[in-house]
Structure formats: structure tokens, C-alpha cells
Design a protein around this ligand. Structure first.
Ligand code: SF4
Length: 410
């Protein structure tokens, strides 16, 4: 098989791994249309910028048989495996032509977890040591691989990720019988600790080598198994606090295999995926807990309202808050006020008190925020004391588009 065909197979097999970007966003973009090779995807950085990455599998020949995966061993699909030198020269070539800024390298499990992890590790090592590759490298951790190989790989990668895949051990056993909870959580725990240790060492000793400077992430498939959103966000809350995860990515289940264990879904639930990303932001950056967002009585995120607005309406007795005096921690809980705009409010109001026009200039989304704030005691919403009416106003047709499309204000 020539390299072009191999590349086509291995880049297309990699597209179901979204651990670089939510699939609802428009940024996961194949550049084939612009006369550049397929397999190049835009990954959004935490600072809001976008970086094109070569996203491929080392191999799509898998010894495992996960029900939801196109590459499972029981599927009759074209198979390919890179030679290490092929992948290295492809990466260097695209990098030199400024078509990519880095490599996102994953793989099906070929031979054994150790064989596969070793190939990923050696690819990164050779790129860095023999070719001085300065670009970004994201490496997948293969569940079941020795921790020592993972440790060595972590000194060449910017970020690593081990996919949790399913939100419970029961579903993992049912849909991915070759994997187990321990083969995923053990490396996640190890990498989280090494990452923390490395940060502490770096603070003490300037020349200390850095282990995955971009931290570790994971991916969850949503909708292949019956767990509720409440179950998922409780799990995610624990992952962030116990394993030092930088990000959790959610991937709405797409049925690519005929398998009686899988739900009969025709379209992936992108809205559910989107709502989970919003809830994740609230937990990670806005000081919310999973129980602020959902509970045993209400286990699924609202389709009509984003979770922050939903929380604000549930706690309507806490509003309106005065924009010129409210603490930062409360400002960021107002629908329509993001982290950046809250910071700007706190800085600007030190100079002079703020009115509604000032808030507009700061970037506050007033069509939502106006129901929850006062400026110098003045309230601009139409109804002051009834959350049901406020909900209707916010979800009215005129406003629905902006609500559905914006992930967050900033
Ligand atoms: S281990 Fe499972 S999810 Fe990963 S490539 Fe193999 S079959 Fe697919």
C-alpha cells in the first residue's frame, strides 16, 4: 500500500476521536477542500486561538472489539499501519510547509498495549531528539500499557490523554469488554501525579524537565450508554479534582456499527454534547458544583436553557444583584456575564460607577443579564419578580438563536 492510501485510511480512522475540540463547533475542519491534505484539523487552544494539527492513528488494526468503534477487530474495513519513519517524515514535511503546528497521535491497539504505546513514544522521541521538532505533540495513552513507557513518553509530549470512553464501569464492561476501569484510571492517576510533581520541580529547579506541560485530558462518549447528565457531571467533577485533568471532551455517540448492544440513534445528540460542555465550564471555571447544576430529581440538562441561566432562574431569590458592588464570585454567576467581562466590571467600577451602556461596551450580553442585575439601583428587565416570565422572555424566538449558538459569552 502506498503512503497516500495509508494516510487516507489512518487520518479518516482518527476523526472519531474528538479529544481536541467539541464536535459541535465549526473548528474541527478538514482542509481537503483547500488543496491541503486531509487529516489536518483545527484544535482550539485555551487562549481562544486555533492551531492546525495533523491528526492520525499510528495503526487502525485493533486487537480489541469495542462495540461503538469503527476500528474494532470484527469490522471488515481497510487496515493500515504506519512505519515510524513514514509518519515522522510526513509530520516534518507538513510542518515545514507550515500546514500544521503539531501532531495529534493516537492508535488502535495493535500487537499489545505495550507495543502500541512504545511506537507512539518512540515517534515523539525521534521527532524531538533526532529532528528537533518544535511543534505541539499530543499523544494518546494506550490503556494497559506499562507506566514506565507512559512516563518516558510524557517528557516528549505537550499533552497526553487516556480516553475514559464510557461514564460507568458497567457500560465499559458491556460495550468495551477488552478494557477495564483500572487499565484507564491507573495511567490517568499516574500521569496526573507526574504532572503535578513536574510542575513543583520546575518551580524549584529551572532546568528540571517538563512532563506534559499542557496537562492531560480525556474523552467521554455520550449517549452510547444510559447514564444521566447528573451522573456524568458528578464523574467529571471527580476527575478534575482527583486526576489533575486539564480538559474533559464529550463526544455525542454516532452509530457507526450494527450491534445489538448499541442504542438505535440516527443522529448524534449535539445539543446534549453542547450542554455538557457548558456544564463542564461552569464546574471548571465558574465555581459551580455538579449539585448546583443538577440533582436526583432533575438528572438531565435542559434543552431550552443553558445550565447557568437555569441555575439563575432556580435561584431567582438571589437576584437582582447590584453590578457596582457585587463580588466577583457572584458576578460570574449572572447569565450573560463571562469571566472576562466580570473582571472588567471589577476593574472599571473602581474608577466610576457603571451604567448599562458601560456594560454593553464591556461585553456583557445584556439581553440575558438585564433580568438579573441592577445598575446604580436601576432594573432594566421587563418583569422583576417572576422567574417563569423571565424564562419565557429569555427563550422567546427572538433570543433563541443567540442562546443556542453561544457556548459562553467570552
Ligand atoms: S481499543 Fe476500542 S476504541 Fe480503541 S481503536 Fe480499538 S476498538 Fe476502537
Amino acid at each position: 500500500m502506498d503512503l497516500k492510501d495509508k494516510f487516507k485510511i489512518l487520518s479518516s480512522s482518527a476523526k472519531f476521536d474528538v479529544a481536541s475540540e467539541p464536535s459541535i463547533s465549526t473548528t474541527l475542519m478538514n482542509l481537503e477542500k483547500n488543496n491541503t491534505p486531509g487529516g489536518i484539523y483545527y484544535s482550539r487552544a485555551s487562549n481562544g486561538g486555533c492551531a492546525p494539527l495533523l491528526k492520525v492513528l499510528f495503526s487502525n488494526s485493533c486487537i480489541y472489539d469495542c462495540a461503538y468503534c469503527i476500528n474494532r477487530r470484527s469490522n471488515n474495513i481497510p487496515r493500515a499501519t504506519f512505519k515510524m519513519e513514514e509518519l515522522i517524515s510526513l509530520t516534518l514535511n507538513l510542518y515545514k510547509r507550515k500546514l500544521i503546528r503539531g501532531l495529534f497521535l493516537s492508535s488502535a491497539v495493535f500487537g499489545s498495549p505495550n507495543t502500541t504505546m512504545t511506537m507512539l513514544y518512540l515517534t515523539a522521541k525521534k521527532l524531538r531528539e533526532e529532528h528537533n521538532f518544535p511543534g505541539y505533540i499530543h499523544l494518546k495513552i494506550i490503556p494497559g500499557a506499562d507506566l514506565e513507557i507512559i512516563r518516558k513518553a510524557g517528557f516528549y509530549a505537550d499533552r497526553m490523554s487516556v480516553n475514559l470512553e464510557l461514564p460507568s464501569e458497567k457500560s465499559l464492561t458491556y460495550l468495551a469488554p477488552d478494557k477495564n476501569k483500572s487499565s484507564i484510571l491507573t495511567p490517568m492517576n499516574y500521569v496526573g501525579k507526574k504532572y503535578q510533581e513536574s510542575k513543583e520541580q520546575k518551580n524549584k529547579y529551572k532546568n528540571s524537565p517538563i512532563f506534559i506541560p499542557g496537562g492531560q485530558s480525556t474523552q467521554l462518549v455520550i449517549g452510547a450508554s444510559p447514564e444521566s447528565d447528573f451522573h456524568i457531571i458528578k464523574l467529571v467533577e471527580k476527575l478534575y479534582s482527583n486526576f489533575h485533568l486539564t480538559r474533559v471532551y464529550y463526544s455525542a455517540f454516532q452509530r457507526v456499527n450494527e450491534d445489538p448492544r448499541l442504542p438505535n440513534i440516527t443522529n448524534p445528540s449535539l445539543l446534549r454534547e453542547h450542554r455538557l460542555y457548558q456544564a463542564d465550564w461552569l464546574i471548571r471555571c465558574y465555581g459551580f458544583s455538579s449539585s448546583d447544576i443538577l440533582n436526583e430529581e432533575e438528572k438531565f440538562l435542559d434543552e431550552e436553557l443553558d445550565p447557568k441561566t437555569k441555575w439563575a432562574l432556580r435561584n431567582y431569590h438571589m437576584f437582582p444583584i447590584e453590578i457596582n458592588t457585587a463580588p466577583y464570585e457572584l458576578l460570574i454567576k449572572v447569565p450573560g456575564i463571562g469571566l472576562k467581562s466580570a473582571k472588567k466590571i471589577v476593574t472599571s467600577r473602581k474608577k466610576s460607577s457603571l451604567n448599562f451602556d458601560n456594560l454593553k461596551n464591556i461585553g456583557v450580553v445584556l439581553k440575558r443579564a438585564k433580568y438579573f442585575i441592577t445598575c446604580n439601583g436601576k432594573y432594566y428587565g421587563k418583569i422583576y419578580n417572576n422567574p417563569e416570565i423571565v424564562k419565557k422572555l429569555i427563550t422567546s424566538k427572538k433570543q433563541t438563536n443567540s442562546l443556542q449558538l453561544s457556548l459562553f459569552d467570552n
